[in-house]
Design a protein around this ligand. Structure first.
Ligand code: ADP
Ligand code: MG
Ligand code: MG
Length: 251
């Protein structure tokens, strides 16, 4: 589904290398997790995949179902089925949440040559999905993320994901700032979307989210590289011993 090969990324503003050769393949139907100390490049990886400005790719690449992701405009990436939930979801004053969701879904459909969803069908679909995420009608009408609590923003992102039904979902620190109940809701939302045709990359600093979203594969990122890959046990090892042992082992 997603294949990242030898990806090297520098900051555009200053001469600084952030990703130093990342290799990672996420198969359809699998959940991969990336853990790693602060500053190791996890968010940079998700930003580069989303097409955010400010980064220069100096080597390697990334493909989604064989198509070159880094060559696509951000909206083309979304139409191709890539979805990213960020550590800090953006607020969009003046744009109602429901309007935003419908516009995003229809833009994606249009790019794929599909028909728009009718207003009635859309409303019904969103209300159902919002209910399972405990997002109330008021939050659907309010401007996107404006004045939402941390937990509401994260749940709202999972709602976006549920509505857009992407092929490849990348979640960056979707657990940060969440209380246990909100984290469970987020995890439930993700688990509900797990399916044979969809890949997930879950980036998290702590292991606790992975108690609820059971990953198939766990990677440790340090200093711009994936330094270790294993099963769910690897996340528990980090939880118990921190990163020091693993970093010493691979040094
Ligand atoms: P992580 O998500 O693993 O905590 P990041 O990808 O956020 O790591 O950051 C990786 C490194 O890149 C850090 O050292 C960070 O300070 C640096 N970095 C990322 N973006 C910028 C930027 N725009 N300006 C300066 N440094 C940056
Ligand atoms: Mg960080
Ligand atoms: Mg980060």
């Amino acid at each position: 589904m997603l294949e990242i090969k030898g990806l090297k990324v520098d900051l555009e503003e200053e001469e600084k290398s952030i990703l130093k050769g990342v290799d990672l393949t996420v198969e359809a139907g699998k959940v991969h997790a990336i853990m790693g100390p602060n500053g190791s490049g996890k968010s940079t990886l998700s930003y580069v995949l989303s097409g955010k400005d400010g980064y220069e790719v100096t080597g390697g690449g990334a493909t989604l179902e064989g198509a070159d992701v880094l060559e696509m405009e951000p909206e083309e990436r979304a139409a191709a089925g890539l979805f990213l939930a960020f550590q800090y979801p953006v607020e969009i004053p003046g744009v109602g949440n429901m309007t935003f969701l419908r516009t995003a879904l229809n833009a994606q459909r249009k790019a794929r040559g599909e028909e728009e969803m009718s207003a009635t069908d859309f409303l019904k679909m969103v209300r159902e999905k919002a209910k399972t995420l405990k997002i109330d009608a008021d939050m659907l009408k309010r401007p996107v993320n404006v004045g939402f609590s941390g937990g509401e923003k994260k749940r709202n992102e999972i709602l976006q994901m549920a509505v857009l039904e992407p092929k490849m979902c990348i979640l960056d620190e979707t657990d940060s700032g969440l209380d246990v109940d909100a984290m469970k809701l987020v995890a439930q939302g993700v688990n509900a979307l797990r399916d044979q045709g969809r890949g997930f990359l879950v980036i998290t600093h702590y292991q606790r989210l992975l108690d609820h979203i059971k990953p198939d594969v766990v990677h440790i990122m340090a200093d711009g590289r994936i330094v270790k890959t294993g099963g769910p046990d690897l996340a528990l090892e980090v939880e118990n011993n921190g990163y020091a042992d693993i970093l010493a082992e691979v040094a």
